[in-house]
Design a protein around this ligand. Structure first.
Ligand SMILES: O=C(O)CCC(=O)C(=O)O
Ligand SMILES: [Fe+2]
Length: 279
């Protein structure tokens, strides 16, 4: 099955969307409540911050993990040797955010988190009974008042030609969290790995919202929802001269939430951050 594009307002949307998540780990929504013009304003503001601002003034704190991650310290995907070609900024509700960018990005954080709670209710409702029985509490309540949900603003710079051979914008990886909400980026490149190993472009037209399953929901659902590998490939030709901005929101439960017999959110996250080499 291919990743389904689902109209958020259609009566069958919840069921079709959850089916797509089960079969592919991904689903794409149109006509959703996040306004594209607002997303674009954010892309523009943060593009200026990365390219003309002083991101180093907000260098990330290894303890708390908020702030700016420069290209030199950017993460290396699990199982890979080369760093991704990207820089990014981690936003938490309690974390540091440049004053001039705060209003819009926190408004986005709140509205995308509210939408995520609704989508988690859809997922809960259309989980088979034996899968739903594994959830230690309702999925949307796992993220209620959580301080752990992470909004990452990513800037993939134009390619200069002297990148390390083999390095890519984002090497194949799985997300750590419950679900990820990602507005279509301003440039293409996102691909998902199918069960047969082939890489497929994610449908990501202007204004679409991409949702994918992360390891924590895979863990909590006993594998019913797969945390599927995805990557961002390097552009070529004229597109290589362009920046790419994207804005994934990684929904994380509160620390104490039980995911499975072996893991709480806190123990699972620590294990994964060590693997990424950023903790
Ligand atoms: O930039 C993108 O489109 C995806 C980024 C991503 O997968 C991630 O940061 O986990
Ligand atoms: Fe990802």
């Amino acid at each position: 099955m291919q990743v389904q594009v689902v109209d958020y307002n259609h009566p069958d949307a919840p069921q079709r969307f959850v089916q797509s998540l089960h079969e592919t780990g991904f689903g794409v929504l149109t006509n959703h409540p996040i306004q594209q013009a607002f997303v674009e304003t954010i892309y523009q503001q943060w593009y200026e911050f990365f390219t003309q601002g002083s991101p180093q003034d907000f260098a990330f704190d290894p303890e708390t993990q908020d702030g700016y991650f420069a290209p030199e310290i950017s993460e290396t995907a699990k199982g890979h040797q080369k760093k991704d070609i990207k820089e990014y900024y981690h936003i938490y509700p309690w974390g540091r955010v440049p004053e001039s960018l705060k209003d819009n990005i926190m408004k986005y954080y709140q509205s995308a988190s509210a939408l995520a709670a609704e989508l988690l209710d859809w997922i809960e409702k259309y989980s088979p009974a034996d899968v739903a029985a594994k959830y230690s509490e309702p999925l949307s309540s796992m993220i209620k008042d959580t301080p752990n949900t992470l909004l990452r603003v990513l800037h993939y710079p134009p390619l200069s030609g002297d990148e390390e051979p083999g390095a890519v914008r984002a090497a194949a990886h799985e997300d750590i969290n419950l679900i990820t909400i990602l507005p279509a980026a301003n440039e293409p490149g996102l691909q998902v790995q199918q069960k047969d190993g082939q890489w497929l472009d994610i449908p990501a037209d202007f204004g679409q919202l991409i949702i994918n399953i992360g390891d924590m929901l895979q863990e909590a659902s006993g594998g019913y929802f797969p945390s599927t590998s995805h990557r961002v490939i390097n552009p070529s030709g004229e597109n290589a001269k362009k920046s790419r901005i994207s804005l994934p929101l990684f929904l994380h439960p509160r620390d104490e939430v039980v995911l499975s017999e072996r893991h709480t959110q806190k123990s699972y996250l620590l294990e994964r951050l060590k693997e990424l080499g950023v903790k």
